[in-house]
Write a protein that binds this ligand. Structure first.
Ligand SMILES: C[S@@+](CC[C@H](N)C(=O)[O-])C[C@H]1O[C@@H](n2cnc3c(N)ncnc32)[C@H](O)[C@@H]1O
Length: 311
Protein backbone atom coordinates (compact mmCIF):
# COMPACT_ATOMS: atom_id res chain seq x y z
CA UNK A 1 0.00 0.00 0.00
CA UNK A 2 1.48 3.38 -0.97
CA UNK A 3 -0.07 6.31 0.83
CA UNK A 4 3.09 8.08 2.05
CA UNK A 5 2.32 7.58 5.73
CA UNK A 6 5.26 8.72 7.81
CA UNK A 7 6.14 8.68 11.53
CA UNK A 8 3.73 10.76 13.59
CA UNK A 9 6.03 10.91 16.63
CA UNK A 10 9.64 12.03 16.83
CA UNK A 11 11.50 9.17 18.43
CA UNK A 12 15.07 8.73 19.63
CA UNK A 13 17.00 6.30 17.46
CA UNK A 14 14.82 6.98 14.40
CA UNK A 15 16.30 5.26 11.37
CA UNK A 16 15.42 7.81 8.70
CA UNK A 17 19.12 8.41 8.05
CA UNK A 18 19.78 4.73 7.52
CA UNK A 19 16.94 3.96 5.10
CA UNK A 20 19.08 4.25 2.00
CA UNK A 21 21.51 1.65 3.32
CA UNK A 22 18.71 -0.65 4.47
CA UNK A 23 17.00 -0.34 1.08
CA UNK A 24 20.04 -1.70 -0.70
CA UNK A 25 19.98 -4.79 1.48
CA UNK A 26 16.32 -5.80 1.72
CA UNK A 27 15.79 -9.45 0.75
CA UNK A 28 14.88 -10.08 -2.89
CA UNK A 29 11.79 -12.05 -1.74
CA UNK A 30 10.19 -8.76 -0.69
CA UNK A 31 10.03 -7.68 -4.31
CA UNK A 32 8.85 -11.06 -5.57
CA UNK A 33 6.02 -11.25 -3.01
CA UNK A 34 7.26 -14.53 -1.47
CA UNK A 35 7.45 -12.79 1.88
CA UNK A 36 3.93 -12.22 3.15
CA UNK A 37 4.51 -11.04 6.73
CA UNK A 38 6.45 -8.09 8.17
CA UNK A 39 7.50 -8.06 11.84
CA UNK A 40 9.22 -5.21 13.69
CA UNK A 41 9.85 -6.04 17.38
CA UNK A 42 11.40 -2.62 18.30
CA UNK A 43 9.19 -0.31 16.26
CA UNK A 44 9.86 3.05 18.02
CA UNK A 45 8.71 5.93 15.80
CA UNK A 46 8.36 3.55 12.87
CA UNK A 47 10.60 5.25 10.27
CA UNK A 48 11.48 1.83 8.84
CA UNK A 49 7.99 0.39 9.31
CA UNK A 50 6.28 3.15 7.28
CA UNK A 51 9.02 3.07 4.66
CA UNK A 52 8.61 -0.67 4.17
CA UNK A 53 4.80 -0.44 4.17
CA UNK A 54 4.96 2.18 1.42
CA UNK A 55 7.23 0.05 -0.71
CA UNK A 56 5.98 -3.53 -0.39
CA UNK A 57 2.73 -5.44 0.05
CA UNK A 58 2.18 -7.94 2.85
CA UNK A 59 -0.72 -10.09 3.92
CA UNK A 60 -0.20 -8.88 7.46
CA UNK A 61 2.28 -7.02 9.61
CA UNK A 62 3.16 -6.89 13.30
CA UNK A 63 4.76 -4.11 15.33
CA UNK A 64 5.91 -4.40 18.93
CA UNK A 65 7.52 -2.18 21.55
CA UNK A 66 8.01 -2.32 25.29
CA UNK A 67 7.04 1.34 25.66
CA UNK A 68 3.43 1.54 26.86
CA UNK A 69 2.78 5.15 25.79
CA UNK A 70 3.97 4.41 22.27
CA UNK A 71 1.64 1.44 22.00
CA UNK A 72 -1.26 3.56 23.30
CA UNK A 73 -0.54 6.09 20.54
CA UNK A 74 -0.36 3.50 17.73
CA UNK A 75 -3.54 1.77 18.95
CA UNK A 76 -5.50 5.02 19.08
CA UNK A 77 -4.38 6.07 15.60
CA UNK A 78 -5.49 2.65 14.39
CA UNK A 79 -8.87 2.51 16.16
CA UNK A 80 -10.03 6.09 16.77
CA UNK A 81 -8.15 8.42 14.45
CA UNK A 82 -11.04 10.87 13.96
CA UNK A 83 -11.55 11.34 17.71
CA UNK A 84 -7.81 11.81 18.14
CA UNK A 85 -7.76 14.45 15.39
CA UNK A 86 -10.62 16.30 17.10
CA UNK A 87 -8.78 16.34 20.43
CA UNK A 88 -5.49 17.42 18.88
CA UNK A 89 -7.29 20.13 16.95
CA UNK A 90 -8.70 21.65 20.13
CA UNK A 91 -5.39 21.24 22.01
CA UNK A 92 -3.63 23.01 19.14
CA UNK A 93 -6.14 25.90 19.11
CA UNK A 94 -5.90 26.28 22.88
CA UNK A 95 -2.12 26.27 22.70
CA UNK A 96 -1.94 28.82 19.87
CA UNK A 97 -4.41 31.08 21.73
CA UNK A 98 -2.34 30.96 24.91
CA UNK A 99 -0.10 34.03 25.30
CA UNK A 100 3.57 33.17 24.70
CA UNK A 101 4.60 33.75 28.31
CA UNK A 102 1.98 31.23 29.49
CA UNK A 103 2.70 28.46 26.96
CA UNK A 104 5.26 26.89 29.27
CA UNK A 105 2.67 26.61 32.08
CA UNK A 106 0.23 25.02 29.61
CA UNK A 107 2.90 22.48 28.62
CA UNK A 108 3.69 21.50 32.22
CA UNK A 109 -0.01 21.13 33.04
CA UNK A 110 -0.38 18.55 30.28
CA UNK A 111 2.86 16.83 31.31
CA UNK A 112 1.68 16.62 34.94
CA UNK A 113 -1.67 15.22 33.89
CA UNK A 114 0.01 12.54 31.77
CA UNK A 115 2.35 11.57 34.60
CA UNK A 116 -0.32 11.59 37.32
CA UNK A 117 -2.45 9.21 35.27
CA UNK A 118 0.35 6.71 34.73
CA UNK A 119 0.01 4.49 37.81
CA UNK A 120 -3.71 3.89 37.51
CA UNK A 121 -3.82 3.66 33.70
CA UNK A 122 -4.90 0.37 32.13
CA UNK A 123 -2.35 -0.23 29.34
CA UNK A 124 -3.58 -3.77 28.81
CA UNK A 125 -7.13 -3.24 27.61
CA UNK A 126 -8.09 -0.68 24.96
CA UNK A 127 -10.73 1.83 26.08
CA UNK A 128 -11.82 5.41 25.34
CA UNK A 129 -9.40 6.86 27.96
CA UNK A 130 -6.58 5.88 25.63
CA UNK A 131 -7.60 8.63 23.17
CA UNK A 132 -6.93 11.50 25.56
CA UNK A 133 -3.62 9.98 26.61
CA UNK A 134 -2.50 9.58 22.97
CA UNK A 135 -3.47 13.23 22.29
CA UNK A 136 -1.40 14.35 25.29
CA UNK A 137 1.57 12.30 24.13
CA UNK A 138 1.46 13.72 20.58
CA UNK A 139 1.06 17.24 22.01
CA UNK A 140 4.07 16.83 24.35
CA UNK A 141 6.13 15.24 21.59
CA UNK A 142 5.51 18.30 19.39
CA UNK A 143 6.12 20.96 22.03
CA UNK A 144 8.85 19.47 24.23
CA UNK A 145 12.55 20.17 24.04
CA UNK A 146 14.15 18.42 21.06
CA UNK A 147 10.92 16.50 20.42
CA UNK A 148 11.96 13.32 22.09
CA UNK A 149 10.47 10.84 24.49
CA UNK A 150 12.35 10.24 27.70
CA UNK A 151 11.22 8.90 31.05
CA UNK A 152 12.86 8.73 34.46
CA UNK A 153 13.38 5.56 36.49
CA UNK A 154 9.72 5.58 37.57
CA UNK A 155 8.52 5.79 33.99
CA UNK A 156 7.47 9.46 34.20
CA UNK A 157 7.92 11.64 31.13
CA UNK A 158 10.52 14.24 32.10
CA UNK A 159 11.46 16.24 29.00
CA UNK A 160 11.34 20.03 29.57
CA UNK A 161 9.39 22.60 27.57
CA UNK A 162 10.67 23.26 24.03
CA UNK A 163 10.03 26.97 23.30
CA UNK A 164 9.08 26.52 19.64
CA UNK A 165 7.18 29.42 18.10
CA UNK A 166 4.23 27.68 16.41
CA UNK A 167 4.88 23.95 16.45
CA UNK A 168 2.61 21.85 14.24
CA UNK A 169 0.67 19.75 16.70
CA UNK A 170 -1.89 18.28 14.31
CA UNK A 171 -1.15 16.72 10.92
CA UNK A 172 -4.57 15.23 10.17
CA UNK A 173 -3.67 13.96 6.70
CA UNK A 174 -0.71 11.98 7.92
CA UNK A 175 -2.63 10.59 10.91
CA UNK A 176 -5.32 9.29 8.54
CA UNK A 177 -2.66 7.75 6.28
CA UNK A 178 -1.03 6.10 9.28
CA UNK A 179 -4.41 4.82 10.42
CA UNK A 180 -4.98 3.23 7.00
CA UNK A 181 -1.63 1.44 7.14
CA UNK A 182 -2.34 0.20 10.67
CA UNK A 183 -5.63 -1.44 9.69
CA UNK A 184 -3.63 -4.45 8.50
CA UNK A 185 -1.17 -4.35 11.40
CA UNK A 186 -1.27 -6.06 14.78
CA UNK A 187 0.13 -3.88 17.56
CA UNK A 188 1.85 -5.69 20.44
CA UNK A 189 2.96 -4.31 23.81
CA UNK A 190 5.85 -6.15 25.37
CA UNK A 191 9.31 -7.60 25.13
CA UNK A 192 10.70 -8.46 21.67
CA UNK A 193 10.57 -12.19 22.50
CA UNK A 194 6.76 -12.15 22.15
CA UNK A 195 7.37 -11.97 18.37
CA UNK A 196 9.00 -15.40 18.30
CA UNK A 197 5.79 -17.29 17.67
CA UNK A 198 4.89 -14.95 14.77
CA UNK A 199 8.01 -15.54 12.70
CA UNK A 200 7.96 -18.20 10.00
CA UNK A 201 9.61 -18.87 6.62
CA UNK A 202 7.38 -16.27 4.95
CA UNK A 203 8.37 -13.47 7.33
CA UNK A 204 10.79 -10.58 7.15
CA UNK A 205 11.88 -9.30 10.57
CA UNK A 206 13.66 -5.96 11.01
CA UNK A 207 15.30 -5.49 14.41
CA UNK A 208 16.39 -2.09 15.65
CA UNK A 209 17.19 -2.43 19.35
CA UNK A 210 18.41 0.46 21.50
CA UNK A 211 21.99 1.29 20.56
CA UNK A 212 24.89 -0.22 22.36
CA UNK A 213 26.49 3.05 23.55
CA UNK A 214 29.65 3.82 21.61
CA UNK A 215 31.28 5.50 24.55
CA UNK A 216 30.38 5.96 28.17
CA UNK A 217 29.30 9.55 27.50
CA UNK A 218 26.95 8.92 24.58
CA UNK A 219 24.49 6.58 26.21
CA UNK A 220 21.01 7.25 24.97
CA UNK A 221 19.43 3.95 25.74
CA UNK A 222 16.80 5.07 28.25
CA UNK A 223 13.68 4.93 26.05
CA UNK A 224 11.92 3.14 28.85
CA UNK A 225 12.67 2.55 32.46
CA UNK A 226 14.39 -0.73 31.66
CA UNK A 227 17.83 -0.26 30.18
CA UNK A 228 19.20 -2.31 27.30
CA UNK A 229 22.62 -3.46 28.48
CA UNK A 230 25.07 -6.00 27.05
CA UNK A 231 23.12 -8.81 28.71
CA UNK A 232 20.08 -7.70 26.71
CA UNK A 233 22.16 -7.73 23.51
CA UNK A 234 23.06 -11.38 24.25
CA UNK A 235 19.40 -12.19 24.88
CA UNK A 236 18.57 -10.56 21.54
CA UNK A 237 21.26 -12.57 19.70
CA UNK A 238 19.71 -15.70 21.15
CA UNK A 239 16.30 -14.60 19.80
CA UNK A 240 17.93 -13.86 16.41
CA UNK A 241 19.26 -17.42 16.22
CA UNK A 242 15.88 -18.87 17.19
CA UNK A 243 13.93 -17.03 14.51
CA UNK A 244 16.70 -17.71 11.99
CA UNK A 245 16.09 -21.41 12.63
CA UNK A 246 12.41 -20.86 11.78
CA UNK A 247 13.41 -19.72 8.30
CA UNK A 248 12.52 -16.01 8.60
CA UNK A 249 14.66 -13.39 6.78
CA UNK A 250 16.30 -11.14 9.35
CA UNK A 251 17.89 -7.72 9.31
CA UNK A 252 19.29 -6.08 12.46
CA UNK A 253 20.97 -2.71 12.90
CA UNK A 254 23.04 -1.32 15.75
CA UNK A 255 25.87 1.09 16.46
CA UNK A 256 29.31 -0.16 15.48
CA UNK A 257 31.62 -0.25 18.50
CA UNK A 258 34.57 -1.10 16.24
CA UNK A 259 34.51 2.43 14.88
CA UNK A 260 35.66 3.86 18.22
CA UNK A 261 37.63 0.86 19.34
CA UNK A 262 39.02 -1.37 16.54
CA UNK A 263 39.55 -4.14 19.10
CA UNK A 264 35.89 -4.27 20.10
CA UNK A 265 34.56 -7.51 18.57
CA UNK A 266 31.34 -7.57 20.58
CA UNK A 267 28.93 -7.90 17.64
CA UNK A 268 31.40 -9.69 15.34
CA UNK A 269 31.57 -12.55 17.80
CA UNK A 270 27.89 -12.44 18.69
CA UNK A 271 26.74 -12.63 15.03
CA UNK A 272 29.72 -14.53 13.58
CA UNK A 273 27.45 -17.00 11.72
CA UNK A 274 25.71 -14.18 9.85
CA UNK A 275 26.56 -11.39 7.38
CA UNK A 276 27.75 -8.15 8.92
CA UNK A 277 27.93 -4.97 6.84
CA UNK A 278 29.38 -1.72 8.14
CA UNK A 279 27.80 1.54 6.94
CA UNK A 280 27.75 5.25 7.67
CA UNK A 281 24.65 7.01 8.99
CA UNK A 282 23.74 10.30 10.58
CA UNK A 283 22.18 10.30 14.01
CA UNK A 284 19.14 12.47 14.41
CA UNK A 285 18.63 12.86 18.13
CA UNK A 286 21.41 13.79 20.43
CA UNK A 287 21.02 16.45 23.06
CA UNK A 288 24.53 17.73 22.39
CA UNK A 289 24.51 19.49 18.99
CA UNK A 290 28.20 18.92 18.30
CA UNK A 291 27.72 15.19 18.53
CA UNK A 292 25.30 15.00 15.63
CA UNK A 293 28.03 13.91 13.21
CA UNK A 294 27.97 10.65 11.26
CA UNK A 295 28.29 7.36 13.08
CA UNK A 296 29.05 3.87 11.90
CA UNK A 297 26.33 1.30 12.03
CA UNK A 298 26.32 -2.42 11.50
CA UNK A 299 23.65 -4.24 9.53
CA UNK A 300 23.38 -7.96 10.26
CA UNK A 301 21.42 -10.15 7.86
CA UNK A 302 20.89 -13.91 7.80
CA UNK A 303 20.81 -13.93 4.00
CA UNK A 304 23.38 -12.86 1.42
CA UNK A 305 22.74 -9.15 1.07
CA UNK A 306 24.80 -7.96 -1.84
CA UNK A 307 24.28 -4.17 -1.64
CA UNK A 308 22.32 -3.06 -4.69
CA UNK A 309 23.79 -0.15 -6.56
CA UNK A 310 21.18 2.63 -6.78
CA UNK A 311 22.18 3.43 -10.41
C1 LIG B 1 16.27 2.36 18.31
S1 LIG B 1 14.58 2.44 18.85
C2 LIG B 1 13.74 1.99 17.39
C3 LIG B 1 13.68 3.13 16.43
C4 LIG B 1 12.88 2.86 15.15
N1 LIG B 1 13.54 1.93 14.26
C5 LIG B 1 12.62 4.16 14.38
O1 LIG B 1 13.08 4.32 13.25
O2 LIG B 1 11.99 5.05 14.98
C6 LIG B 1 14.43 1.11 19.93
C7 LIG B 1 13.04 0.84 20.50
O3 LIG B 1 13.10 -0.39 21.25
C8 LIG B 1 12.20 -0.32 22.34
N2 LIG B 1 12.62 -1.35 23.32
C9 LIG B 1 13.56 -1.29 24.29
N3 LIG B 1 13.67 -2.46 24.94
C10 LIG B 1 12.77 -3.31 24.36
C11 LIG B 1 12.41 -4.67 24.56
N4 LIG B 1 13.00 -5.41 25.50
N5 LIG B 1 11.47 -5.22 23.77
C12 LIG B 1 10.84 -4.48 22.80
N6 LIG B 1 11.13 -3.17 22.57
C13 LIG B 1 12.09 -2.59 23.32
C14 LIG B 1 12.31 1.11 22.81
O4 LIG B 1 11.13 1.51 23.52
C15 LIG B 1 12.49 1.87 21.47
O5 LIG B 1 11.26 2.35 21.00
Amino acid sequence: MTNNAKPFLKWAGGKKQLLEELDKRFPAELESGEITRYIEPFVGGGAVFFHVMNKFDFEDSHICDVNEELIVAYSVVKNDVEKLIEMLDSLQSLYYDTPDQEKEIFYYEIRDELNKGRNSFNYKKYNQKWIKRAAQLVFLNRTCYNGLFRVNSKGFFNVPFGRYKNPRILDAKNLRNVSDVLQNTQIHLGDFTICESLADENSFVYLDPPYRPLSRTSSFTSYSKDSFDDGEQFRLADFYRKIDAKGARLMLSNSDPKYENPEDDFFDEMYSRFNIDRVLARRNINSKGHKRGPVREIIVTNYQSVPKNPE
